[in-house]
Design a protein around this ligand. Sequence first.
Ligand SMILES: C[S@@+](CC[C@H](N)C(=O)[O-])C[C@H]1O[C@@H](n2cnc3c(N)ncnc32)[C@H](O)[C@@H]1O
Length: 289
Amino acid sequence: MSFIWVLKLKVSEKIREEIEASLISLNATVTSIEDDKNSHLLKPELYTTSAFFIKKPKVDLIKFILLNYGIKCDKINLKKIKIEEIYKAHSNTLQPINIGSFKYSESKNKKNFLIKKNIIIPAGLGFGTGHHASTQGNIYMLCKVYLKNNITRKNIIDIGCGSGILGITMAKLWKKEIELIDIDKQSVKTSKENAKLNDVNTLIKVYKGNGLIKTNKPNYDIIVMNILANTIMNNIKLIKKKLNKNGRVLLSGILKNQKFMILNKLRTMGLILEAEYIIDGWITLLIKK
Ligand SMILES: C[S@@+](CC[C@H](N)C(=O)[O-])C[C@H]1O[C@@H](n2cnc3c(N)ncnc32)[C@H](O)[C@@H]1O
C-alpha cells in the first residue's frame, strides 16, 4: 500500500515563499491556499501551506526550519495518509481551463472535440492538469515560441512530462514527433494514455529517464522543463550541451526567489534570457542559445 506524509502549516504571507522554498528543498511538493476563503483580499495575509512528502521527512529538520522563521512548534501536524484517500478527497471534477489557444478539460467526452483546440487531461497519477501556475506559464511561453517563425522545430523534448500535458500541447502545435521523459514510471504510463486520448500517440515518444542525461537524440531545438529549481540547476550543463544554436529552452517550476540563482548560472554558460512570465509567484523563463 502506498502512503504519503502530509504536513500542514498556517503561515503569513511575509514568510510563505521562503517556507515553501525550504520545504521544496526537502523534496516536498507544496501548495498554499488562502486561509480565509471568504476574505476576497487581493493579497491574502494568511495561508494554509500543505507539503506532501513521498518519504517520511525528519521532524527535527522541519522544526529547525520553522524555528528559523520564528514559528514555535512543539507539535508538528504531520500525517501519514494512504494515497488513495487523497484522491478520494480531491475527486471533484476540475473546471475546464483555457490557456493560450487551447482548452484543457478532464472530460473524456469527445462530443464537440476540436483537435486544434481541445486537450483532455484527466486528473490522475501524473502531475499537470493545466491548473498549476507553472504549467500555465510554460504553455503561454510555448504559444509565444509558436508565433516566432525564426525558430527551428525539428527536435523537441519535454523533461518531467508528468501527465504529458506539455508534450501533447507541442504535438498539437507542431504536428511533429515529441520526446517525453519522466523519472517516475507512473507518469510515463499516464503520458502514454493521455497521448492516445488526444489522438497524438503516433507523435509522442515517452520513456523513463533522469533529466537530459540519456536522450534519444544528441541535440534539440526546443527543450521544455517544468520541474523543481534544483533539478533545473543540475541539468544546466546538459542544456547548454544538448541545445542547438538558436535553440530555446522553456523553464518553469521556479519560485521568485530562485530566479537569479538559475539566471546567473545560465548566463555563465552563455545562455540568454529572452522572455519571462510570472503567474502567482511562479516564474517561466524563455532562454536562447
Ligand atoms: C511539476 S511536474 C510537471 C508535469 C508537467 N510537465 C506539467 O507541466 O504540468 C514535474 C515532473 O518532473 C518529474 N521529475 C522530477 N525529477 C525528474 C528528473 N530528474 N528527471 C525527469 N523527470 C523528473 C516528476 O516526476 C514530475 O512528473
